[in-house]
Design a protein around this ligand. Structure first.
Ligand code: NAD
Length: 359
């Protein structure tokens, strides 16, 4: 078991990472507040892990709200449903919410916790790789509205995160690999040695080897912890975590959010951003190929499909011709493991990078 502390003064909290933490709760169970507890989960994760979580909580009274699975459920309707559930069960300011699931459940539960009675405590039990290394740490909470994803939200830090890597054994392959993309991103933006270690242990990670997973998840969380501690509200360095996301979001949006998982689109986006960095001579030649090779080893796509329309992608990145005076900021690389925010890319350069990244 590894412990990483998120240092945010009086809002500091521990992240426990380990194989089997739900079944063996001694490290964390006594930190669960002695207060009314409400678990929020979904109908995929609940049947798999709810009983184990409840057993870990002993004879405490726990109310559970099980929502349908899916990104579409990170909705205002379910927010209202959760709020009504808390009201019905008489949960007051001393209550504590428990998010058991991936980033969808974590974001929704966090937003409910941020707003119920002007803010109550909550604990994250992330069960996807993406949620363990990214979504559960850092206090960003949100719901989607028809006008866009994550448009309504709040910064609200959990009081603890318990990342049981054993839960990842039931995660489907694509979801698992999408999480690996976000981990590689961490190496690409701030830790060259971590990137090399990831390349080296790719086979073990693809086998979901418990030791490799615990090490890599804990090191990813430690990186996120540093970034969040430095920039809790995303005014500066935290923006680097968006590496690959501008291109990736355009790919996701252009394909209707159905063809690719977010992590897969980010994988393609990272290679495109690295190509742009190379083409603008901001970073040495070879970095984009290196990142692409790392992603390939982790079973991730590295090319933007050739059937996607470049103009549409540029448009979605707000970098089409109509927008030349409003250049969008992009996270680019000085080298593998060294990212920065740049606003100097001309639309023609971004177009060339996309074209060079298609296949
Ligand atoms: N708050 C943040 O900082 C932050 C960061 C990144 C992403 N996000 C958000 O996270 C969401 C994506 O998170 P996600 O990728 O975890 O998606 P998700 O929560 O939809 O989970 C993916 C799928 O895996 C299932 N699942 C979860 N755990 C499982 C397990 N152990 N075994 C089997 N199936 C399991 C889920 O039910 C779902 O079907 C998005 O809404 C995104 O906006 C938030």
């Amino acid at each position: 078991m590894r412990r990483v502390d998120i240092a945010l003064g009086e809002r500091s909290y521990p992240v426990f990472v380990g194989h089997g933490l739900l079944e063996a709760p001694s490290a964390w169970a006594d930190r669960v507040p002695d207060a009314p507890l409400v678990v929020l989960t979904n109908d995929t994760v609940g049947p798999l892990y709810l009983d184990t979580l409840k057993a870990a909580l002993g004879d405490r009274t726990v109310h559970t709200l099980v929502l349908p699975d899916g990104e579409a459920e990170k909705s205002f309707d379910n927010y209202r449903r959760a709020i009504a559930f808390l009201a019905d069960h008489g949960v007051r300011r001393d209550g504590c919410l428990l998010a058991l699931g991936g980033g969808v459940i974590g974001d929704l539960c966090g937003f409910v916790a941020a707003t119920w009675m002007r803010g109550v405590r909550f604990i994250q039990f992330p069960t996807t790789l993406l949620a363990q290394v990214d979504a559960s740490v850092g206090g960003k909470t949100a719901i989607n509205i028809p006008e866009g994803k994550n448009l309504v939200g709040a910064f609200h830090q959990p009081v603890m995160v318990v990342a049981d890597t054993a839960t990842l054994s039931t995660l489907d392959d694509r979801e698992y690999r999408a999480g690996l993309a976000e981990i590689l991103k961490t190496g690409a933006i701030r830790d060259r040695a971590f990137l090399a270690d990831l390349e080296a242990c790719a086979p073990a990670l693809l086998d979901r080897d418990p030791e490799a997973l615990e090490d890599i998840v804990a090191r990813s969380v430690a990186h996120k912890a540093e970034v969040v501690a430095e920039d809790e509200q995303e005014a500066g360095v935290r923006a680097l975590l968006n590496f690959g996301h501008s291109f990736g979001h355009a790919v996701e949006a252009h394909t209707g959010y159905t063809r690719f998982l977010h992590g897969e689109a980010v994988a393609m986006g990272m290679v495109a951003a690295a190509r742009l960095s190379e083409q603008r001579r901001l970073c040495p030649a070879g970095v984009a190929d290196r990142i692409a090779e790392g992603l390939r080893r982790l079973g991730l796509p590295t090319l933007i499909p050739a059937d996607l329309d470049v103009d549409a992608l540029l448009d979605l990145m707000q970098l089409d011709k109509k927008n030349t005076t409003r250049q969008r900021r992009l996270v680019l690389l000085r080298d593998a493991g060294d990212a920065f925010v740049d606003a100097g890319s001309e639309p023609g350069q971004v177009r060339a990078a996309i074209e060079a990244s298609q296949g």
